[in-house]
Design a binder for this molecule. Structure first.
Ligand code: F6P
Length: 328
C-alpha cells in the first residue's frame, strides 16, 4: 500500500553515465507501476529539471533498455543546479507536474545535489549509486563498477598480447577520479606488475625495483596499472620518470578513458541496478527520504545520503595485499 504522500515519482540520471543506469531506470518505472504510482522521466539530469524537460513514462517506454549502456534519460553535470535560483526553478517545475518524490541515479556530486534539494524543499528523495568509480559508502559496489572493471580487464588482456610479443613495458591508465577501485580490481584481474592508486604512495624507486626483480625472474611482459587522479601524475608522467631509470626499456602508454564507461552492463550490474531500482520505490513508499539505497553483503541497506557521500570508502586492504603478492 503506497504511502499517502507519494503518488508521483520523478527519476533522473546525473553526472557521468554508468552501465546499468538504464536497468535502474527500468526497475524504478516498472516497480512504481506495480505499486500504482505514476513516474516521470526527467531528461538530462538536473539540467533538464531546471529546463522542464520532463515526460511521463509508461512500462513500454523502458522496454529493451535493460541491456543497453549509457542512460536513455541522458545525463549532464549541471552548473545551474549549484545555484539556489537554479534549484528554486527545479522545484517549481517538479511542483507543476505534481511530482512529490525523486529518485536520483548518479555519483557523489549528483547525490550531494539530491541532499541539498531535500534540505531546501523537503522533497523525499532516494539516491541510487550510479558511477563506475565505486567511491560511495553504503554499498559494496556501485552500479557500473563491475562492467567498467570487466571492460578494463578485456582491454588490458589485448594490450598484454603486444606487451609480450614485443617485450614491452606498458603503463595503462584507468578511470576512477580520485579512487583506486577500478585500478586494484583490474590489476589483480589482469596480472599487472604493479598497481598505482591515489590512496597509496609507491615511490618510483620501488616500482623500478619491482620491474628489475621481474626482469631477473624472466617475466616476458610488464603491465603497470595507473589510476587517474594520483598525486604523482597519470600514466604518461610516471612512464617518463621510469624511462629515466630504465632507458633501455621499450615503453608504451595507453589511457583507457571513456571506453570504460560504455557498453552493455554485466549480469552483476543488471541485477544490482534492478534490485536497487525496486528498493528505491519501495523505500519511498515506506517513507524513506534523503537516503541512498545500496547492497551490503547481499542485503538492501538505506544509508543517509550525507553519510554515503563522505569520501571515506577505502580500497579493500586485502585486495591491495593480493595485488601486491601476485605481482612479484
Ligand atoms: O565519475 C565517473 C568518471 O568517469 C570518472 O572516472 C572520471 O574521472 C570522470 O567521470 C570523467 O568525467 P567526464 O566524462 O566529464 O570527462
Amino acid at each position: 500500500m503506497a504511502n499517502k504522500t507519494v503518488t508521483r515519482i520523478g527519476v533522473l540520471t546525473s553526472g557521468g553515465d554508468a552501465p546499468g543506469m538504464n536497468a535502474a531506470i527500468r526497475a524504478v518505472v516498472r516497480s512504481a507501476k506495480y505499486y500504482n504510482l505514476e513516474v516521470y522521466g526527467i531528461f538530462r539530469g538536473y539540467e533538464g529539471l531546471i529546463q522542464n524537460d520532463i515526460k511521463k513514462l509508461e512500462n513500454r517506454d523502458v522496454a529493451y533498455i535493460l541491456e543497453r549502456g549509457g542512460t536513455f534519460l541522458k545525463s549532464a553535470r549541471s552548473q545551474e543546479f549549484r545555484t539556489s535560483e537554479g534549484r528554486k526553478t527545479a522545484y517549481e517545475n517538479l511542483k507543476s507536474h505534481g511530482i512529490d518524490a525523486l529518485v536520483v541515479i548518479g555519483g557523489d556530486g549528483s547525490l550531494t545535489g539530491a541532499h541539498l534539494f531535500y534540505k531546501e524543499f523537503g522533497i523525499p528523495s532516494i539516491g541510487l549509486p550510479g558511477t563506475i568509480d565505486n567511491d560511495l559508502s553504503g554499498t559494496d559496489s556501485t552500479i557500473g563498477f563491475d562492467t567498467a572493471c570487466n571492460t578494463a580487464i578485456e582491454a588490458i588482456d589485448k594490450i598484454r598480447d603486444t606487451a609480450s610479443s614485443h617485450d614491452r613495458l606498458f603503463f595503462v591508465e584507468v578511470m576512477g577520479r580520485d579512487a583506486g577501485f577500478i585500478a586494484v580490481n583490474a590489476g589483480i584481474g589482469s596480472g599487472a606488475a604493479a598497481t598505482l592508486i591515489p590512496e597509496r604512495k609507491m615511490p618510483v624507486e620501488s616500482l623500478i625495483e619491482r620491474l628489475k626483480s621481474r626482469a631477473k625472474a624472466k617475466k616476458q611482459s610488464n603491465i603497470v596499472i595507473v589510476a587517474e587522479g594520483g598525486k604523482s601524475g597519470g600514466a604518461l608522467e610516471i612512464s617518463k620518470k621510469v624511462k629515466k631509470f630504465l632507458p633501455t626499456y621499450d615503453i608504451r602508454v595507453t589511457i583507457l578513458g571513456h571506453l570504460q564507461r560504455g557498453g552493455s552492463p554485466t549480469s552483476f550490474d543488471r541485477l544490482l541496478a534492478s534490485k536497487l531500482g525496486v528498493a528505491a520505490v519501495e523505500g519511498l513508499i515506506h517513507g524513506k527520504e534523503d537516503v541512498m539505497a545500496g547492497v551490503i553483503n547481499n542485503k538492501i541497506v538505506y544509508t543517509p545520503i550525507k553519510r554515503a557521500i563522505v569520501d571515506d570508502k577505502e580500497v579493500d586492504e586485502d585486495d591491495f595485499r593480493v595485488a601486491k603478492i601476485l605481482s612479484q
